[in-house]
Design a protein around this ligand. Structure first.
Ligand SMILES: *[C@@H]1O[C@H](CO)[C@@H](O)[C@H](O)[C@H]1NC(C)=O
Ligand SMILES: *[C@@H]1O[C@H](CO)[C@@H](O)[C@H](O)[C@H]1NC(C)=O
Length: 344
């Protein structure tokens, strides 16, 4: 697992380098699992349980309802499961389940631990890697941080065939790696073959904002993708002129216990997202901004200097990995999450 975490690092650096950019254009950090539960304060606030299972990281003010008018995650959180101690944002994605072709039962596919937080000891449970990126091309590298209360969703949970945006994808790890995130080796759908080193899900958010709305009814239309490549440059459409940091998640799934060739015959595969998507095209991610004060802007402004590049960002305050790992939250929606153990 350590190897895979490191492999992920190498792959992105290599991909970025081939586009003429280096770690100086992004900061990247690990977050460990805060809670796995059916809660979704963005799409179905207050609903318990929400329609599908999520794996959530970040500030522990995460709740069923997170109304920006009376909740400031940076004020109300007492810890964060992410690396930078000024980041109380929440980052969440749908869980993946193995659906037994033999008897139809479901089992949650474990996430790999994130070696960045504990020097490769991998003691924590799951989590994901977050990137904040500035333009990889163009002359203006400046980005404008999100404002308090900002939230957004990327991907489309209703998609069951390939969409037009190539920014949510899966990589079958261990079949020859290399290239940038969501490049030609990655697929919008679940890989229809055994992945010797697991599956990496990549989820890329829009890089342009309308400059006015902290959210929108579909949680998407206040932001927009710049045209061109997945890793955006400095040109935003006039409808959404503000170049915001481009957020990206990487989630590693340990599929090793499901490597039965019988499950992958005739183009089939046994995985299904918690929202009932057995194709993988509907993969999506949710983001709720919660950085304290001007911390995110400070980090982004320091990119490209020795104050911030890739994993190392002394412009920001880091906490020891063990403190990030210790930040967890009790399930509010008590139920079996499908991995053989009830957590409460
Ligand atoms: C979550 O919301 C409930 C109900 O509004 C509130 O009582 C509780 O304190 C909140 N928890 C956190 C961690 O903010
Ligand atoms: C269902 O099948 C899976 C293998 O696909 C097996 O691990 C599991 O124990 C079975 N469950 C039941 C209830 O038979």
């Amino acid at each position: 697992m350590i190897l895979q975490t490191l492999a992920t690092t190498a792959i992105f650096l290599q991909g970025a380098a081939s586009q003429g950019a280096y770690g100086g254009d992004f900061m990247r950090f690990g977050c460990s699992q805060l809670v796995v539960e059916r809660a979704d304060p963005l799409v179905t606030p207050g609903m318990a349980p929400s329609p599908h299972m999520h794996q959530i990281v970040g500030g522990n003010s995460f709740n069923l309802t997170m109304n920006p008018s009376n909740l400031d995650p940076a004020e109300q959180s007492t810890c964060t499961s992410c690396t930078f101690s000024e980041d109380f944002s929440n980052y969440w994605t749908a869980s993946i389940y193995f659906k037994s072709p033999e008897n139809g039962t479901f089992k949650r596919v474990p996430q790999m631990a994130n070696g960045r937080l504990d020097g490769g000891k991998l003691e924590q449970d799951g989590g994901l890697t977050v990137y904040y990126m500035r333009p990889f091309s163009g002359s203006n590298k400046k980005v404008t941080s999100f404002k308090p209360g900002f939230r957004m969703l990327t991907g489309d949970p209703s998609l069951r065939k390939k969409g037009s945006w190539a920014g949510v994808c899966h990589r079958c790890m261990g079949n020859g790696e290399g290239g940038a995130p969501c490049d030609s080796r990655d697929t919008s759908e679940f890989p229809a073959k055994i992945c010797p080193n697991g599956i990496r899900a990549t989820i890329i958010f829009p890089s342009c904002w309308d400059g006015k709305n902290l959210d929108s009814p579909d949680h998407k239309s206040h932001v927009a993708f710049a045209s061109g490549s997945v890793l955006a440059g400095d040109k935003c459409p006039s409808s959404h002129p503000v170049r915001i940091p481009q957020v990206m998640y990487e989630v590693m799934y340990d599929t090793s216990q499901f490597n039965n060739p019988e499950y992958f015959k005739n183009g089939k595969q046994p995985f299904v997202y918690s929202f009932g998507d057995g194709t993988g095209h509907g993969q999506h991610g949710d983001y709720l901004f919660g950085w304290q004060g001007d911390a995110l802007q400070r980090g982004m402004d320091a990119l490209g200097t020795n104050k911030c590049a890739s994993e190392s960002c002394p412009a920001l305050i880091s906490q020891p990995g063990k403190d990030a790992i210790a930040c967890t939250k009790k399930q509010q929606v008590m139920e079996d999450i499908g991995d053989g153990c009830k957590r409460n």
